[in-house]
Ligand binder design. Structure first.
Ligand code: ADP
Length: 191
């Protein structure tokens, strides 16, 4: 099984690269942001609670996203592997993911981290906000808040995988296809 954590700040290109990686490796895409947005769309209690936090650029509680991932792993027992996009976002989530995977005798193969500087991220997110309809991409203060949450709570997750020898950093600035090739090489050397 190939279990990939695609890591990086908001706007780093995780969604774009996920699609290409999935096409090639036939993985199941698990994006906690997408899962939360579908809960909001469906008007569930979980969605309502998550929306209040997401609208402020704050992370939703660990238990909520861990529970969603747990369900998805159960639903996809026949998968060739998973790509985790926007998850884990805290060390607690990373530990929970390791435990869940261990219960299936599985583990994370590699973390690919897309590296993009803050100014470029803000530019990309505002551009995306103009067409995506995502409210959290349309306001500079909200974008800064998300990047701040990332710097404070999510960057330690990179060290978590570094300590396991699973971290690979990839320059996230440049042509989409060139970045994809670099990611593929990183996967091929570790998987
Ligand atoms: P981006 O990475 O562009 O900010 P996402 O779609 O991954 O977008 O996430 C949007 C919002 O959903 C986040 O700002 C956060 O509030 C919430 N969220 C998504 N994934 C997680 C997670 N793993 N843990 C906590 N909150 C999350």
């Amino acid at each position: 099984m190939l279990n990939l954590v695609l890591f990086g700040p908001p706007g780093a290109g995780k969604g774009t690269q996920s699609e290409k990686i999935i096409d090639k490796h036939k993985l199941v895409h698990l994006s906690t942001g997408d899962l939360l947005r579908s809960e909001i769309k469906a008007g569930t209690e979980l969605g309502l609670q998550a929306k209040t936090l997401m609208d402020q650029g704050i992370l939703v509680p660990d238990e909520v996203v861990i529970g969603m991932i747990d369900n998805k792993l159960k639903e996809n027992k026949e998968a060739a592997g998973f790509i985790f996009d926007g998850f884990p976002r805290t060390v607690k989530q990373a530990e929970a993911l390791d435990n869940l995977l261990h219960s299936y005798n599985e583990q994370i193969t590699v973390m690919v981290a897309l590296v993009v500087d803050e100014e470029e991220l803000a530019k990309r997110l505002l551009l995306r906000g103009a067409t995506s309809g995502r409210p959290d991409d349309q306001n500079v203060d909200l974008i800064r808040k998300r990047i701040q949450e990332y710097n404070e709570k999510t960057t330690p997750v990179a060290d978590y995988y570094r300590q396991q020898g699973k971290y690979v950093g990839v320059d996230g600035i440049g042509e989409i296809d060139e970045i994809f090739i670099t990611i593929c090489n990183a996967i091929d050397t570790t998987a």
